[in-house]
Design a binder for this molecule. Structure first.
Ligand SMILES: [Zn+2]
Ligand SMILES: [Zn+2]
Length: 135
C-alpha cells in the first residue's frame, strides 16, 4: 500500500523495477526503468562519439590561409609593378616626310612632330622622356 518500493513493469523492456527509479525517457516519451536509461545513454554516447569524429574542424588552418592570401596579394602587386617597369613601351610614329615623323610618346601618349634629321626635340615636350624611334 506504500507507493514507495512498489515495483512497476517497464513499458519498454518489460522488466520490473522500483517505481521511484523510473525516469522519463526523452527518446521514447514514456517512463522507463533505470536499466533502459543506462542502455539509451550507452548507445547515445556511441553515436555522439562517432559523429564528433566526422565533424571535427581544425581551427589552426584559418590563420595560415589568411596569411597566404595576403602573400598572394603582395606577390601579385609586385609582379604587376615589375611588368610595368620591364615592359618595353612600343614606339609609335608616322613618317610625314624624309625628316619628320609624327611621334607618339610611349610614356604619356603625347603626339608631336619629331625631326629625325636634327634629332629635335630630344625629349618629349610633355613628360621629357627621351625621344627614340627605336623601341
Ligand atoms: Zn526498461
Ligand atoms: Zn611624353
Amino acid at each position: 500500500m506504500n507507493p514507495q518500493g512498489v515495483n512497476v513493469i517497464c513499458r519498454k523492456c518489460k522488466r520490473s523495477a522500483p517505481a521511484e527509479q523510473f525516469v522519463m525517457s526523452l527518446d521514447d516519451k514514456i517512463m522507463v526503468c533505470p536499466l533502459c536509461i543506462l542502455d539509451s545513454r550507452k548507445s547515445n554516447s556511441k553515436m555522439t562519439n562517432s559523429s564528433h569524429k566526422t565533424t571535427v574542424v581544425s581551427p589552426v588552418k584559418g590563420t595560415a590561409v589568411k596569411k597566404s592570401a595576403d602573400w598572394d596579394a603582395d606577390d601579385d602587386y609586385l609582379e604587376r609593378m615589375n611588368k610595368q617597369k620591364l615592359a618595353v613601351p612600343k614606339v609609335e610614329f608616322i613618317r610625314i616626310d624624309a625628316f619628320n615623323v609624327k611621334y607618339t610618346c610611349p610614356k604619356c601618349k603625347y603626339v608631336f612632330v619629331y625631326n629625325e634629321d636634327k634629332n629635335h626635340p630630344k625629349h618629349c615636350p610633355f613628360c621629357t622622356r627621351l625621344v627614340s624611334l627605336k623601341s
